[in-house]
Design a protein around this ligand. Structure first.
Ligand SMILES: [Zn+2]
Length: 684
């Protein structure tokens, strides 16, 4: 699921942290039963009175036997009766969000039990997000209740075992007034007039899914459809929408087959019978119901601006729906991975540059906003209940997947991911199992990576402390001392792997893989050429606490490094320049020369590397904004100064700089732009 794109910048729920975890007491009955199949029969007499009535037939077994009791989850609906074709003397009562009952006799593990539960009422919606909705003359569910414990929200429309681990197949028989369409998971296998004025739509879901992925939507829908020629077979795709939205929908989904090709090639062949979406009148967000993805109507606008949202939900058909997180604590395996699939689909559709822009933009937003939205730094694993669907799991989670890809390299990474999706298909996986599986398959010790990026919080930042270059035996010997600094944590990554980029005189970047244990790391390289510039992670394979971007600047004007909050202005020089801007989200170290009345930014500094002709005067523009809290409340922009030092060992000195902008945002401008470190200070 996805709430909406980047909504976390404005939504904060600090009070949620206080909510107690209270689901443990319910664990027993959910673990004792294995539901094989649900047959959900629903009738909507009309779409205005917001009521449903129906019955669900539950086929289940009790692997440990049963002494004559049963219990299922059902919230907000009233049970009228419970029947069974075999069990005698069935009694029941409802208690909170549970229906409990007894019957005469005992069951062995070999017995299959059938219970028929009749119920009706107005189904619930979650206080925060998800549940069952009636809107206009449509009805639909979102299978997660963000405020609910557990968050699985099948129980608001059928009795079930509502957790991440119990998988079952489904049939749906949904009776609606004639003229309406009912869309559920799986394949449509019949439409019949069941009584005068009513039509029953019958759907069958053959692949087993957990309850939060079950879905129904009712409306006056039409169907856009076609078939996708997949890697192994032809797969039908269907999108249900209102007739007046059909043109917009077709335009927004113009790349659907390409998303499928990208995911099937990167991951495994699509495992489901249908590719399906339904567009409903919800105000924000999407939910990855298996083969029947529900999208809010305002995200289908005839453009492709929300296509990473549609692709995110589709990618859950690998991450989440096919392999499901074993518990809320493991939600990174669903949502962090689906969020990274947004970058994967961008890479497949628009190429490497667009991919880097996507990852970098997310990285910047995580560094600026995630700890604010979530109320602190958290590991992506074992998040508090209230943050299960928060920015840490989604957005930082996406960066962690990116870093894992960088750590392993593409071929090992994608090969292992394919094996994971095959091995755990239609099963659950915990983060610990995932770590073990991946380490085994890649024959790589991932302990230190997982300790830092998955079980640990915050970020590290690799920073070149100093470089020494000497000429020896016809080669250039370069020694690089690398510091690991930390943001939001006190525990460094034990063994580090990265790449060093060395620029030669033809501006070709030579890339060397390096790894070391401990902090700092001292590395040396022997080069057959004189290095013009030395940088870390030239291909941006690790999203750490610094956001960097490299450009070759040609032509006059402003060249904006969006994620580095920096731009280089070229004064009509015919020469080109090589510029790399790194924005480090760490307080600058060191002292200020002479001036005692200036406070250095507590948030960030830049490292600028520039290679250009001696006659070329580039101007550097360093951006500030109130959302980065280096300007204390009450300060005005008059108090801002730009500071510079050539080397990390030097003191900071104030540069003459011109201020542009207003009290909220702007930039400090300096000419010429030089190699070295820059930061913003505030005059006291
Ligand atoms: Zn999602």
């Amino acid at each position: 699921m996805r709430l909406a794109v980047f909504i976390f910048l404005t939504v904060v729920y600090p009070f949620q942290l206080l909510r107690p975890e209270s689901h443990r007491e319910h664990m027993n009955y959910r673990d004792s039963v294995d539901v094989i199949r649900y047959s959900v029969h629903l009738t909507f007499r009309n779409l205005q009175d917001q009521k449903l009535e129906g019955f669900t037939v539950i086929h289940c077994i009790y692997p440990g036997g049963n002494q004559g009791t049963f219990a299922f989850d059902l919230a907000g609906l009233k049970v009228d009766s419970v029947a069974s074709p075999v069990l005698k003397n069935v009694q029941f009562f409802q208690e909170g969000e549970t229906i409990r009952g007894t019957f005469a006799g005992k069951l062995t593990p070999a017995d299959t039990v059938t219970l028929i539960i009749y119920y009706q009422g107005t189904p619930l919606r979650d206080k925060r997000w998800g549940g069952f909705f009636f809107a206009g003359d449509e009805a639909f569910n979102y299978g997660i209740g963000m405020d609910a414990v557990p968050p699985n929200f099948g129980r608001v429309w059928f009795p079930c075992i509502d957790n991440f681990t119990d998988r079952a197949t489904y049939t749906f028989h949904v009776t609606v007034p004639s003229g309406y369409t009912a869309v559920c998971n799986g394949t449509l296998c019949g439409i019949k007039e069941s009584e005068p004025g009513y039509t029953t739509w019958v759907w069958e879901m053959k692949q087993p899914i957990p309850t939060y992925l079950a879905s129904v939507a009712v409306g006056r829908y039409i169907r856009l459809e076609g078939s996708y020629q997949g890697l192994q077979r032809s797969i039908p795709w269907q999108i249900y929408c209102l007739p007046e939205d059909s043109l917009k929908t077709a335009r927004s989904f113009q790349n659907l087959t390409r998303w499928m090709q990208i995911f099937e090639t990167r991951f495994t062949p699509y495992a489901w019978d249908r590719i399906g979406y339904v567009i409903v009148p919800f105000n924000h967000g999407a939910m990855e119901h298996a083969t029947n993805i529900t999208l809010a109507r305002n995200t289908v606008d005839g453009t492709t601006q929300f296509e990473t949202l549609y692709a995110h939900e589709l990618s859950h058909h690998w991450f989440g729906n096919l392999v499901t997180c074993a518990s809320e604590a493991d939600m990174w395996l669903n949502e962090g991975w689906a969020s990274y699939c947004e970058a994967i689909v961008t890479e497949g559709l628009y190429g490497k540059q667009a991919f880097r822009d996507y990852v970098r933009k997310n990285q910047l937003e995580v560094l600026v906003a995630t700890h604010v939205a979530d109320g602190g730094y958290f590991p992506v694993y074992g998040i508090p209940h209230s943050l299960t669907y928060g920015s840490t799991v989604y957005d930082k989670g996406s960066l962690v997947v990116h870093n894992l890809r960088g750590y392993l390299g593409d071929s090992l990474f994608f090969d292992a991911v394919k094996k994971y999706l095959t091995r755990y298909a239609f099963r659950n996986c915990s983060v610990h199992e995932f770590e073990q599986f991946l380490s085994r398959e890649t024959r790589t010790d991932l302990k230190s990576f997982f300790q830092f990026w998955v079980y640990g919080k915050g970020f590290n930042d690799l920073e070149i402390d100093s470089v020494r270059t000497s000429w020896q035996d016809g080669r250039w010997r370069v020694s690089v001392l690398i510091n690991q600094r930390l943001r939001g944590t006190y525990i460094p990554q034990e063994s580090v792997k990265t790449e060093i980029g060395v620029l030669d005189s033809l501006w070709k970047m030579h890339v060397y893989q390096v790894k070391w244990t401990g902090n700092p790391g001292l590395l040396s390289l022997d080069l057959p050429f004189r290095p013009l510039s030395i940088i870390l992670d030239p291909d941006e394979k690790t999203a750490d606490a610094s956001v960097e971007e490299t450009k070759i600047i040609e032509g006059g004007g402003d060249h904006f490094f969006r994620a580095s909050y920096f731009s280089a202005f070229n004064h009509m020089s015919p020469d080109s320049a090589w510029v790399r801007a790194e924005q480090h989200f760490l307080p600058p170290s060191g002292r200020i020369q002479k001036q005692r009345n200036i406070r250095l930014s507590s948030e960030r500094y830049w490292r600028i590397s520039v290679v250009c002709s001696p006659y070329q005067n580039l101007t550097g523009r360093f951006f500030f904004t109130r959302s980065i809290s280096e300007m204390p409340e009450g300060t005005t922009t008059d108090a801002l100064v730009l500071l510079y030092r050539k080397d990390r060992r030097d003191s900071w000195q104030v540069l003459p700089a011109q201020l542009n902008g207003n009290e909220q945002e702007g930039f400090l401008e300096t000419t010429p732009l030089r190699n070295g470190y820059y930061c913003i200070g505030v005059k006291r």
